[in-house]
Write a protein that binds this ligand. Sequence first.
Ligand SMILES: Cc1cc2nc3c(=O)[nH]c(=O)nc-3n(C[C@H](O)[C@H](O)[C@H](O)COP(=O)(O)OP(=O)(O)OC[C@H]3O[C@@H](n4cnc5c(N)ncnc54)[C@H](O)[C@@H]3O)c2cc1C
Length: 391
Amino acid sequence: MFVFNDTKIAFADKSDAELRKAYWMFKLIEQPTLTKIGTSILNFSVHNNIPFAGDVVKYTLFAQFCGGETREESMKVVKKMFKHHVGSIFDYSIEGKEEEAVFDKTLQEIKENIKFAEGNPAIPFVVFKPTGFGRIDLYAEVGSGKELTTSEKEEWSRIVNRFDEVCKMAFERNVVIMIDAEETWMQDAADELIFEMMKKYNQQKAVVWNTIQMYRTKRLEYLEKDLKRAQENNFFLGYKFVRGAYMEKERNRAAEMHYEDPIQPTKEATDNNYNAAIDFVLNHLDRVSAFFGTHNEKSTELVMDKMKERGLENDNPHLFFGQLYGMSDNITYVLGEKNYNVSKYLPYGPVKDVVPYLTRRAQENTSVAGQTGRELGLISKELKRRKSENN
Ligand SMILES: Cc1cc2nc3c(=O)[nH]c(=O)nc-3n(C[C@H](O)[C@H](O)[C@H](O)COP(=O)(O)OP(=O)(O)OC[C@H]3O[C@@H](n4cnc5c(N)ncnc54)[C@H](O)[C@@H]3O)c2cc1C
C-alpha cells in the first residue's frame, strides 16, 4: 500500500548498521530449512548453557525483537519510540512454564508493569496471557463444564484471584489491561472470566480488554452476545482484534480429535471476518473501544479510511493500532507520524527465557506469506535511499 511505503519515517530510529544487521537476519529467517535447524540448535544450546549461544541470540534475534532483559533496560527503547508518538506495551514473554511459583512470579511482574504504566502515556496498555496465570488444561476443563476435584477448584480460584488482583489494580490506577487470546480449547473459560472482570471494572470506561481472534468461526456472534450483555449490565467493552496465531495447531487438533475445525476455511474468509469486526467496532463506538493488532497493511488502511469517512479524529480515544517490536515499522511509524494511537508489543525477559518467543517469531516470519520479503524490501529501499542522500 502506498501510504506505508515511506521508509524514511519507518526507520527513523535505526542506524545504518542496525538496518544492515536486520537485513541479514531476515535473510537468514527467510530460509525455512535453515530456520528449522537453526531454532532447534538455538533452543538446545541456550538451555544447555553452550558457551556464546546466549550472546549469539542476544545480538541477533533478541536485539531485533525484544526491548531488553529487564523492564528497566527496555526503557531506552520505550523513550526512543515515544519520540515518534509510538507507545510501548511491555510483554513479559516467558512461555510454557506451568508451576504455581512461576504463575505467582508472573503476577508480580504484571503488577510491576501496571505501576510503570500508571500516568505514563508512553505505556498505554499492560498485557498478560491467561496461561501466564494458570495451567492450560485447567482452563480447558473449566471451559468444558467438567466437574472439578477439590484441589482443581482451589487451583482455579487462585487463577480467578490473580485475574482479579491485576484487574483491580489496573482499575485503581487508571491503566488499561489487555488479555491475550490463546488456543480455542482454553479460551471459553478465559472469555467468561474476562467477561466477569469487564462487568466489575468497566462500569465507567473500558479498563479490562479481551482479545478476539478473527480467524475463528462464530466470533462475530460472540461479539454480539458480549454487546448485549454489556448493554443489559451497563458497562463498556474493550477488545484487541487479531487474526490469530495458532492456525496449524488448531486444525491438527480438530482433525486428530474429530471435531469441527474452529478456524475459517480460507485466508480470504479470515480477512472478511476481520473486516466485519472493524465495522462492528465503528458501529458501536459509544460502548466499544478497539485495538487493531495487525501487520496487514490493507486492514490498517481500511480502519483509517473508515475513521475518515465517519469524520473521526486520527487520535480518537477509542481506537488504537499495534504491531510487534521488530516488525512492520513501516506501518507503526507512519501511523505515529499521522498522530494515530499506535504502540508496539515490546517483549522483554532473560534471553534464555524468551527463546521460545523468539523461535516462534523466526518461524512465523518464515511461514507468513510475504512478511519477510516485505521487511527485506523496505530495509533495502531505505539503505539505498540513505546512500543516494549521502552522495
Ligand atoms: C500487537 C499484536 C498482538 C497480538 N496478540 C495476539 C494474541 O493475543 N493472540 C493471538 O492468537 N495472536 C496475536 N497476535 C498475532 C496475530 O494473531 C497474527 O498471527 C499475526 O499478526 C499475523 O496476522 P496479521 O493480521 O498481522 O497479517 P496477515 O499476514 O494478513 O494474516 C496472517 C494470518 O491470517 C490467518 N490465515 C492465514 N492463512 C489462513 C488460511 N489458509 N485460513 C484461515 N486463516 C488464515 C492466520 O491467522 C495468520 O496468522 C498479535 C499480533 C499483534 C501485531
